[in-house]
Design a protein around this ligand. Structure first.
Ligand code: IMP
Ligand code: MG
Length: 176
């Protein structure tokens, strides 16, 4: 079996992540009190975070998923982001919260947000578990951030390297 690198160190432990999501959940519950929310999971990296986050949310909630090709995708022509899987339903008039694993250059999310904004949701906010601002190329207004991290390649808690490591309950730094 090939292991594709090793996890060199733990950057964020399972309890650290869970405690932070408690606080994010409280904040989102306060901000959307009395409203109904559609949480959009950006596949695949956000599935673990999304599942933990929504279990803290108390407003009437529906979920949907969407998949866009990221900059690392070999099939992607420079600058254009392809939607590989779209939402099931129209979002016009809805309060939408996009849930992302990590904002790196910001390109994937910027294009995805352009598309969603065009469909005229009532509101559109972003919640990301991780933010790597040192690599940003496109400015993104992030509404909720779990952790701001240095420029490391991280895996675990949904984040992959070559589709591996997503199942780790913590976030680790990968050594190739
Ligand atoms: P962006 O368009 O550069 O912001 O790309 C963001 C996407 O790249 C994320 O949704 C991840 O799928 C992936 N990505 C960026 N940095 C990392 C990392 O450190 N580990 C794993 N995936 C990453
Ligand atoms: Mg992703």
């Amino acid at each position: 079996m090939s292991m594709r690198g090793t996890v060199e160190s733990v950057l964020l432990s399972e309890p650290e992540i869970q405690q932070r999501i408690d606080l994010l959940g409280e904040e989102i519950n306060r901000d959307y009190a009395g409203r109904e929310l559609l949480a959009v999971c950006l596949l695949k990296g956000s599935v673990v975070f999304m599942s933990d986050l929504i279990r803290r949310l108390q407003m009437p909630l529906t979920i949907d998923v969407m998949r866009a090709s990221s900059y690392g995708d070999a099939t992607e022509s420079s600058g254009s982001v392809k939607i590989l899987q779209d939402l099931d339903r129209d979002i016009s008039g809805l309060d939408v919260l996009v849930v992302e694993d990590i904002v790196d250059t910001g390109r994937t999310l910027a294009k995805t947000l352009d598309l969603l904004r065009f469909r005229q949701p009532r509101s559109l906010k972003i919640c990301t578990l991780l933010d790597k601002p040192s690599r940003r190329e496109v400015q993104i207004p992030i509404d909720y951030t779990g952790f701001v991290i240095e420029d490391h390649f991280v895996v675990g808690y949904g984040l992959d390297f070559d589709e591996h490591y997503r199942q780790l309950p913590y976030i680790g730094i990968l050594k190739l």
